[in-house]
Design a protein around this ligand. Structure first.
Ligand code: FA5
Length: 344
């Protein structure tokens, strides 16, 4: 009987190792361990054998059963792994890699870099001043009256902080003209600066965002004139928008410049002839003017000896006016919508 058991075990294990799928394994299991399986039939005969040998044979029969059972389990795992291996594509280390998508600088950053380099070529150095300011810098020193509507908190964001004893309440800069005061109060003359910064106003519609950017030019020297200002404007317009575009200045009013102007540029669509976009051929660009003598005095500069000109325009606005770029809603620039940003 021992030999019979050893033969059963050898046969079963060899069949199990050759099994190719779970069905075949199940079939082998029944063939040896089922109700009328080969091993089961031998075990059923155990009570009939000599009691002295019965215990020994019984132990062997159990060992054979355990060996067959564990061989089946191991083969099951092997079959499963083989199946899995077939499904997983082998890694070919010589395959070319997958390129990650490439981003680019934000449209506004590109514009800021371009504007900076245009002005640097004619000697205007880029500066940066605080965007969280005391009232004196964007308002007081620039001649804004105490009750000017721009100071109203419908226009300006005020910071909930104790006011400065000399410079007044804390606020977010609503324009870059605070840079004029910051630059002039340093007392280093002559000045040729370009301040580009974020500005904040309580405005939000298709052509206004609560946060936007301005670039502010300031030149202070001994004998500057409106012609110098006009020359700088014309140079910028031709370099940034294109040779075919023209600029003009119109009388306007700002507290901190005298005389003050609004600067217009010929429309990029009709080149000044007049169309649906511009109506009369001109698009408004931003403000400019000769620095007010009182503003010079506020910065301890003698207006009898020095004068200056300044201009301040919206980066978003000049970008929109550049030929070929049409943005229906300015707020899209800051919406983080990739479909929009990827176009540029
Ligand atoms: C000023 O802010 C003056 N500081 C400009 C100036 C500087 C005049 C130096 C004279 C000398 P104004 O409020 O018009 O002016 O704003 C200038 C430009 O900023 C506007 O023409 C517009 O292009 C842009 N701007 C203003 N508010 C917003 C806004 N909410 N969203 C986007 N752009 C804006």
């Amino acid at each position: 009987m021992e030999n019979e058991l050893i033969n059963i075990k050898n046969n079963a294990v060899s069949l199990i190792l050759d099994a190719k799928d779970p069905d075949e394994l199940e079939h082998i299991k029944l063939q040896f361990l089922g109700k009328s399986g080969q091993l089961t039939l031998v075990i059923k005969r155990l009570p009939k054998i000599n009691p002295e040998k019965r215990r020994e044979v019984g132990i062997l029969a159990n060992e054979v059963k355990e060996s067959i059972e564990s061989a089946i389990i191991e083969q099951e795992v092997r079959i499963k792994n083989q199946e899995l291996g077939k499904r997983i594509k082998k890694i070919d280390v010589t395959d070319p890699g997958i390129r990650p998508p490439l981003g680019h600088l934000h449209l506004i950053t590109q514009a800021i870099w371009e504007i900076t380099s245009i002005f640097e070529k004619i000697g205007f150095g880029r500066v940066r001043y605080p965007e969280v300011e005391w009232d004196w810098y964007p308002f007081g020193a620039l001649n804004f009256s105490e009750n000017h509507p721009a100071r109203d908190d419908w226009e300006t964001f005020f910071i909930d902080a104790p006011p400065h004893p000399k410079y007044g309440p804390m606020l977010l800069t609503p324009h870059t003209s605070n840079g004029q005061i910051r630059e002039m109060e340093k007392g280093k003359l002559p000045i040729k600066m370009l301040n580009i910064a974020r500005c904040y106003r309580r405005q939000s519609d298709v052509s206004h965002t609560p946060m936007f950017h301005q670039f502010e030019g300031l030149a202070v020297n001994t004998s500057l004139s409106i012609s110098n200002l006009k020359g700088v404007l014309e140079y910028f317009v031709k370099t940034y928008f294109g040779e075919e575009r023209k600029s003009r200045i119109r009388p306007y009013h700002f507290e901190f410049t005298e005389p003050s102007f609004e600067v217009d540029v010929t429309c990029g669509v009709c080149l000044g002839r007049g169309c649906k976009l511009c109506k009369e051929g001109w698009l408004e660009l931003g403000g400019a003017g000769m620095v007010h003598p009182q503003v010079l005095r506020n910065c301890k500069i003698d207006p009898e000896k020095h004068n200056g000109f300044a201009f301040g325009w919206g980066v978003e606005r000049v970008l929109m006016m550049k030929e070929g770029i049409e943005i229906d809603d300015l707020r899209l620039l800051y919406s983080n919508k990739l479909e929009f940003l990827e176009q540029f």
